[in-house]
Design a protein. Sequence first.
Lengths: 845, 358
Amino acid sequence: MLIPLSWLKDFVEIDVSVEELARRLTLAGLEVEAVRYVGLPMPQGPRHEFKISGLEWPADKFVVAAIHEVRPHPNADRLVLCRLDDGEQEHIVLTGAPSLLPLKGKPLAKPFKVAYAREGARLYNGHAPGWELITLKRAKIRGVVSYSMVCSEKELGISEAMDDIIYLPDDAPVGTPLADYLGDAVFDIALTPNMARNANVLGVARETAAILGKPLRKPSLDVLAEGAPIKGQAAIQITNPDLNPRFMLGLIRDVEIGPSPFWVQMRLKLAGMRPINNIVDATNYVMLETGEPLHAFDYDVLVERAGGKPPTIITRTANPGEKLTTLDGVERTLDDFTVLVCDTAGPLSIAGVMGGEESEVTENTRNVLLEAASWNFINIRRTVQRQKIASEAGYRFSRGVHPAVAEVGLRRGLELMRQWSSGTVAKGFLDAYPKPQHDPEVLLTADDIARILGIRLGLDEIADLLTRLEFACTPEGDALRVQTPPHRLDIGEGIIGKADLAEEVARLYGYDHLPTTRIADELPPQRPNPALAREERLRDALAGLGLREVITYRLTSPEWEARLYPPDARDAAPAESDYVRLVNPIAQERRVLRRSLLASMAEVVVRNSRHSPRQALFEIAPVFLPREGDLLPREPLRLALALTGPRELPHWEGADTAPMDFYDLKGVLEALAAALHLEDVAFRPATHHALHPGKCAEMLVEGEPVGVFGELHPAVAHDLDLDAAPVLLADLDAAVLLSHVPDGHALTPISPFPPVREDLAVVVDETVPAAEVEAVIRKAGGKRLVDVRLFDVYRGEQIGAGKKSLTYHLTYQDPEKTLTDKDAAKIRKRIIKALTRELKAQLRA
Amino acid sequence: MLEALERIQQEALQALAEAQDAEALEAWKVAHLGRKSPLMQVFPQMGSLPPEQRPLVGRRANEVRQALEAAYAERAEALRQQALQQALESERLDITLPGRRPPRGGLHPVTQTHRRIIQIFAEMGFQVVRSREVELDEYNFQLVNIPPHHPAREMQDTFYIDHGGDGEHYPVLLRTHTTAGQIHAMRAATGYTGEGPLPADPPPLRVILPGMVYRYEQITARSEIQFTQVEGLAVGRSITFSDLKGTLTDFARSMFGPTVQTRFRASYFPFTEPSAEMDVECFLCGGKGCNVCKYTGWLEILGCGEVHPTVLRNGGYDPEKYTGFAFGMGPERITMLRHHIEDIRYFWSGDLRFLEQF
Ligand SMILES: [Zn+2]
């Protein structure tokens, strides 16, 4: 929302600087994002609380001047020399302004008032694209000395217009600093939805007046109406008052279409609109000023459409398949909820959004029928979204305009049209208001304010603050009866209204002046959150094991997840319908919610492989699994791990740079289980589509499967261009894993008696899993066997084909006494016996 | 005899001075203190001396032996010291050579920021509650005072889920804010189901709602389709806007520095009334103006406000008896400000060159 300072000053006295006003508007919730200086002094120093842009016009460099004579240039046809008076002296100024060329050597009927830049002025280059600053210097151009300039809008930073110089009004006083005459500053205010009432100059002026404690000078609503009454010249028919609570018409006859006054055009440009002609400009001006979008119809076109009779304006929803060509030249097919403004011959405009081509005001228009209406903002919002129309009217009506503002807009519009076009306003209006707006009344007490804001204000203080914003406040016992003013739609009833009014009180009192206190209210019962505590322990444990946490996109595509299947097995991948799918994805590769973390992990590994040879990663995040018969999917928490690259990075004295393999990942999981004090952790062979069938295992805790891990399937790795080194992946159910984390664990006492250590080498069949050997050893060893550590696996001729030799460090210890050699031998014998009996193991010499 | 002892001592000490290593020292010991050494030969000869000389010679011989043994020990110690010095000298390392680094793991920067925020509020009695990411429109919007077609929906472009929609409205979406969890948390505390009379005397509530949220945005250096939020909610019988200011100012000082200034600006959120934005004085330039704060001296840190009466009621708290405040912030933005991160896309990239800097 662009608000020129000069326009604000029509309605409120402003005695603070531009910067101070911007700051105070921002604190009150009208966030000034930027200020564009058009001539006025710009703030100095590196710090400013909003973006600044624009050009300052120093008083000694830019002044109002008068051209008294246009002389030909001796050496150039397309340049002229102006004899110009800047209030101090005469100058000969060189210009190529096309509008002056035809006047060469001719007497001027009256002097032209122009914007004059003296030698040394800094201004924008009017002959180059973009916004390049230049300084006027003395130079010879085609043999004539030039040092100053008659300026275009572009050169002054007013607009992008650079094809001609600015002609100021005839009464512009020569010699006056240009900044005093024309200087302005334009506030760019970002309005939140609750501030829709302030999407206009009057609204911002009202806030400004309230903030500064100044009176608001509202525009006059008087209309000089001297023409034959409108009654009988047109009629209104509203078919759905819920969608169109109010519709008003006024009539102005015998207008002369022409340009608007200079200052009107200036304000429209500064507010971001293009001047068209006096009638269209009046509708735009009133919309910018009051917030009421107006629509001007060519009255004679409507009469003609009505067969020469007075037209009847009908508002109704569109019929199935109904079409209308709007002002932007687009033929639009309308929805059944779209409200149209029609006459008996058909639709004229999309209500509150955009007019139709046929009935718009043209250069030939003589009589204007002016519409000011009120529309259901939700319905306008739907229309704007469906038709994808960005119009100023649609912007305002889709945020809500109070029906009372229609009359303000209509009166102001008719009067300005009369002043600018010499037309005659018909007496009276047509006003259909079938659904009057109810403006809430709220009973507000000092207790209410204290309860919400934490500050005790007197009723008179509260009334003073609210009255500044035009709330009518009447004391009633220990309360105020607060009447919402007829331009606001954001105040609720009852307890909601109290909260709404508390905000208004707080805004004007100043958020920064409210006290800063600590909560005195009762502390809620404090409860542990074991699920979160365990999840954070899991994170810390994994980071402690040297893994990096990643967080990846939860949005993916079925195709990407299918790449975790070997190319010849992709038929088994989940179908599109197995996913939680977006209606409106931003991109095809982010159109579903992931079912697995593995594909996300692979995506990261692929990307990192270009620059990071060693990767050790984990992610803890939910996946999303649709549920039959439920709108909402399951969101189970998963844990994924990935390892790839050298075990150690190269070191100058040598390092284990062999690529990490299955056992590195298994080791991480074993260490993780130890860190979490999981008991009864087991592994068994498993299969998984993404993993090498011989290098894949399932992890079980207390007999419950928690997930699988292993080496990425070579075919998948090849497809992902990841065959440089094995990639180890784990995909675990974090919730199940964490459910086995004990709340506490008891310590094993440390025996003061010395342990006995010995090695044991056994030969077993290749098919016997090592875990089974260890299990037998542990079981047979009993309590005194405190540690079993496999330290060598050997296969070779010495022991024969189909066999393997496993060598263990065994540690025996007793908490109560020193073990003798005899004790140790007894345990050893038991172990060997069990191994021989259960696994047909042979002792290796 | 006594003269012989003098000579033995002198010669032995001379020889000892020439012993330069452990081997020579051992040879000296054998030669001068061994069984066959001249000194030791003196003792068996004592019997042939006249009896009156024996004590004298015997005492002297023992004195010589002790002197030689002491000299030996001293020399041995000197040689050991010398050898140690040599060894220390020759074993000197180039300590500028790189060490052997164990692989270093670490937590994601966003996790770290979440933990900081959660810990600060935990000290003020706020406890973490988490809720689902695929959410009903009802919880994400309607129950937090954002009915269909509300203008505030345009502030939050939404990803809708293709499940049960009619082409214009979809009942399921990816939550656009953790505010969706407010109703869940309040109803868990009050036991309210959304129907029937409000509970008579529900307990107060202080919760922190962290989690991933989603917006329909283009992915750029400044905007992401997924990002995290940390939201807070306090409900009680007298929780005022001044309490909100105090609580969040305490938070800002714990998070950004004990002397940091805060500023509250009026703002708008459908689920709070009054609403505010809290700015924190730029902790990079101390408010003087820099490119991080865009020369404003302030950093926008969070949105907040008193809980809207409608939201309280939907959660099961009677807004005539209870008040509360809520706030929400973006940990990524805070992380970016603290670490001068220019591009939000780093966070979900998994790029180790980024992550290893934390
Ligand atoms: Zn700064």
